[in-house]
Write a protein that binds this ligand. Structure first.
Ligand code: NZQ
Ligand code: ZN
Length: 394
């Protein structure tokens, strides 16, 4: 196992009614005038917005509002937020929503402290600019999935080709996040299940790495995956199942908090995310759905291109899906089959074609997925391999 640093700097206030800590906790972190950011308005329909304003009122906090942040958030929303924060003399940012709003807030937090275009700060930019300061940020999570509420990263869409860029720095970890499972009762089924697929993929991207020495991380990871598989279908039956919503929400937060299931392992490349982001760029497809579409094909590709990793896939099948099969190759394939079955249960589209992808686009998608270098950690995924995976997923 490699050396690692373990740090989860975000305080989680988890459970019913935790919103009551909001005002005073913002003040503890030096906030007096808050930039309140949210998406397309779901928070006004389900009462979360009113609850927040009530807490602001009690604590005597002033605020301004940035609304209309869209799924797969665009850099223009971030720029609007930076401008609003500065013009109004804000000193704190509160993101209320799912990953899209939270990610936009992280970019705003970095952008207000940087004297130049915020896009300079995205990972891999030639500007070479680094994040050295960020405005304090907190979140009220309204939909489980991305883990943005407990991690240091964000994903922002830029340019005419809708490229998804990452912003990442420990300073972007929220100071605190309010995680009330009841706030997710109103998330539509499609987005609830896309969130589940996202959580599961974050766990798998950290699980399928060459280093098998990190047993504590892997056994914990398997446990979280099992909980997700068990409780997601309960939400389909009853969207107000508090405990199921609670387990999925906490799984979302745990999956990426401090990248804890990767500790001691080689650096990740998150190949499924690398390919999935291109589907979002070209088709504005929901993030979690892109991952469910690609994962089984990626697994089969890896198992066949690098059979030395079959024991890892077999272990996944046995420990996560309780597959009882002694031959590794058979167990591994059964694991993929059960995963496909699960995606069908949570109503993910069966293949790229069904999700609206056109065959002629596959080559472009594969090329763009690797334009910043090969993906993959168990095998190297260049354009040819990405294309093979996408064809298999088609
Ligand atoms: O905009 P509103 O009106 O709020 O509606 C949203 C949106 O339409 C709705 N929603 C959220 N909470 C709701 C609700 N509707 C009713 N009741 C509620 N309580 O759900 C829709 C989707 O919201 P969005 O924030 O886009 O979803 P998600 O949380 O899946 O975020 C996706 C974004 O996060 C990025 C993705 O790339 C994508 O851009 N990711 C961020 C990561 C991170 N920061 O670490 C990691 C992930 O891998 C991912 O890449
Ligand atoms: Zn994701």
């Amino acid at each position: 196992m490699e050396n690692f640093i373990y740090s989860i700097p975000t305080t989680a206030y988890f459970g019913r009614g935790q919103i009551t800590i909001l005002g005073e906790t913002i003040k503890t972190h030096g906030g007096s005038k808050v930039l309140l950011a949210y998406g397309g308005g779901s928070i006004k329909k389900n009462g979360i917005y009113a609850a927040i304003l009530e807490q602001f009122g009690k604590a005597g906090l002033a605020h301004v509002e940035l609304s209309g942040i869209k799924p797969n958030p665009r850099v223009e929303s971030v720029e609007e937020g930076i401008d609003m924060y500065r013009t109004n003399g804000c000193d704190f940012i509160l993101g209320v929503g799912g990953g899209s709003t939270l990610d936009a807030c992280k970019a705003i937090a970095a952008g207000v402290k940087y004297d130049g275009p915020v896009s300079d700060l995205f990972v891999g930019e030639t500007s070479g600019a680094t994040i050295s300061a960020a405005a304090p940020l907190a979140t009220v999570l309204t939909m489980a999935g991305t883990g943005s509420e407990m991690d240091m990263g964000g994903v922002i869409t830029v340019g005419a080709d809708h490229k998804k860029k990452v912003i990442m720095h420990p300073l972007l970890n929220p100071k605190f996040s309010i995680l009330d499972p009841e706030y997710t009762f109103t998330v539509p089924e499609y987005h609830s299940m896309a969130g589940v697929a996202d959580v599961l993929c974050h766990l798998m991207e950290q699980y399928f790495t060459p280093d098998v020495a990190a047993k504590v991380q892997d056994r914990m990871n398997e446990g979280v995956m099992k909980a997700v598989l068990e409780d997601a279908p309960k939400i389909l039956v009853n969207p107000k199942d508090y405990d199921a919503r609670a387990n999925i929400m906490w799984a979302s937060s745990m999956a990426l908090a401090g990248f804890q299931f990767l500790l001691g392992k080689p650096s990740p490349t998150f190949p499924l995310h690398g390919m999935g982001h291109e589907l979002s760029s070209l088709y504005d497809m929901t993030h979690g759905v892109t991952l469910a579409l690609l994962t089984p094909a990626w697994m089969r590709h890896t198992m066949s291109a690098a059979p030395e990793h079959l024991p890892l896939f077999a272990r996944f099948a046995r420990n996560v899906f309780d597959v009882r099969e002694e031959v590794d190759a058979k167990a591994a394939e059964e694991g993929v089959r059960r995963l496909e079955e699960f995606y069908a249960t949570i109503k993910m589209p069966a293949n790229l074609r069904q999700a609206g992808v056109t065959e002629e686009d596959l080559e472009t998608l594969a090329g763009k997925a690797v334009e910043n270098g090969n993906l993959g950690i168990l095998t190297s995924i260049g354009k040819n391999e990405a294309l093979q995976i996408m064809r298999a997923a088609f």
